[in-house]
Design a protein. Structure first.
Length: 435
């Protein structure tokens, strides 16, 4: 997590001050619930809230932790310094460190999810706008990097929109998956803390009660969460890769916006490189790289160990901060992407009608020619385009066997571009809804 690839809104969620604030709220709400149950005096619970508006001294907490070697104890010691030893006497009553740490971690993941959803929404809006703008902008579709058949740029943006819409639904599910809290005490039996305390704290903090926790919240929840981030990152890379291809000099169907004063290369002044989408490809690799450690965190010893702890202290902030930055960077790229429709048309026509081969093949079979013979007839004329630079339609019209099966007008008709775009509206209605 470095400033170059971070947005302050997401970084703030993972700041020490935010973490300590959540720790405080858990302890204070737990005190209220215990006072309601008559477990601790009401005045002690109320006295803890004196620290409500306090900015906790992170340096002091670090100083205490250097001695205690325990972060939660260090915080509780500092809290007692603020509210007084007597007021803090019942803080953390019956609780264990994981009650605070796990519940806090899930709150942070939920808040991070909210920001990530905002990023996806911005990206969805950009993709939809460009899809509508270029619904009928014809370009060549490619398979294996080779010209296939005509499509439209609008359909390219529409499929990316549909992919990110699925990403949004997955993230909402992942957010719900980690929106739980646990205050069940050592080994999760509630021996020293009433389940009502857990219910109260979770309600106050907008969490669901974890049905059963063994001192730690089950890590399959977190594995699902980080796996979802990995899938979203892969979708970011999918879009970025298409833009990188479109910006290649020999393609140049679109390019990232090149601002005034921007430099593309320290050596070659002519360069305009796809640096943003290349950057996104790298960031996607980082997010995906954090999925496997999250999966390996699921298997913990008995009721608890802390092999997951060091992993989550890193992947929690790093994965969410990185993906948050990537989503907004990609949205900006789409919003300002420079499109070259004339280059799309030139690229499609580069091989002089070759991309209409399937229509001719199908027409021949419908005219009574066997599929094997139809393929042979079309391919031998197509190869003349590849190898000799011929015009596909001209060669077909000069082929006696083809003309014996198909009238000249029918061959001509097979080169109508509109044939390939006739169902664009139907696809758009499926993706974006009617109207």
């Amino acid at each position: 997590m470095i400033p170059r690839y971070s947005r302050p809104e997401m970084v703030a969620i993972w700041s020490p001050q935010t973490k300590f604030r959540i720790w405080f709220e858990i302890e204070a709400h737990a005190g209220d619930a215990m006072a309601d149950l008559g477990v601790i005096p009401r005045e002690n619970a109320q006295a803890v809230w004196k620290a409500k508006d306090t900015e906790f001294d992170t340096a002091r907490i670090d100083e205490i932790e250097a001695v205690t070697r325990h972060d939660v104890i260090a915080f509780l010691t500092h809290l007692a310094e603020i509210v007084g030893q007597d007021a803090a006497r019942f803080v953390h009553q019956g609780m264990t460190s994981s009650d605070v740490l796990d519940t806090t971690f899930n709150i942070q993941l939920v808040r991070a999810s909210d920001l990530l959803l905002e990023g996806i929404d911005r990206l969805l809006a950009a993709l939809k706008a460009r899809a509508m703008e270029h619904k009928d902008t014809v370009r060549i579709g490619r398979s294996h990097g080779i010209h296939a058949e005509p499509t439209t740029l609008g359909l390219t943006f529409a499929r990316f929109y549909a992919e990110m819409a699925r990403a949004r639904r997955r993230l909402e599910a992942a957010r719900d998956e980690v929106r739980t809290g646990a205050l069940s005490g050592a080994v999760g039996t509630f021996a020293n803390i009433d389940p009502a305390v857990e219910a109260h704290v979770c309600a106050q903090l907008g969490l669901e009660v974890e049905p059963i926790s063994t001192q730690v919240i089950p890590r399959d929840r977190h594995a699902m969460f980080f796996a979802t981030l990995g899938v979203i990152a892969s979708s970011v890379e999918n879009i970025a890769t298409e833009i990188r291809h479109m910006q290649r000099t020999e393609v140049l169907e679109a390019e990232e916006f090149f601002s005034a004063g921007q430099k593309g290369s320290s050596a070659m002044p002519h360069k305009r490189n796809p640096v943003l989408t290349e950057n996104l490809t790298g960031l996607a690799r980082l997010v995906r790289g954090m999925v496997v450690p999250a999966l390996e965190n699921v298997a913990l010893w008995h009721e608890r160990d802390i092999s997951h702890s060091s992993v989550e202290r890193m992947i929690g902030p790093d994965a969410t901060v990185t993906l948050d930055f990537a989503l907004h960077r990609l949205a900006g790229v789409i919003e300002k992407l420079v499109i070259y429709p004339e280059n799309m048309l030139a690229n499609m026509n580069r091989f002089r009608g070759l991309v209409m081969s399937q229509r001719v093949l199908l027409a021949l079979t419908q005219a009574g020619v066997t599929r094997e013979d139809a393929y042979r007839l079309v391919q031998r004329n197509a190869m003349k385009v590849w190898e000799e630079g011929k015009d596909f339609k001209t060669e077909l019209l000069a082929d006696p066997e083809v003309c014996a099966a198909l009238p000249r007008g029918e061959i001509e008709e097979k080169f109508d571009l509109g044939y390939h775009t006739k169902h664009v509206d139907t696809i758009f209605a499926r993706v974006f809804g009617a109207g």
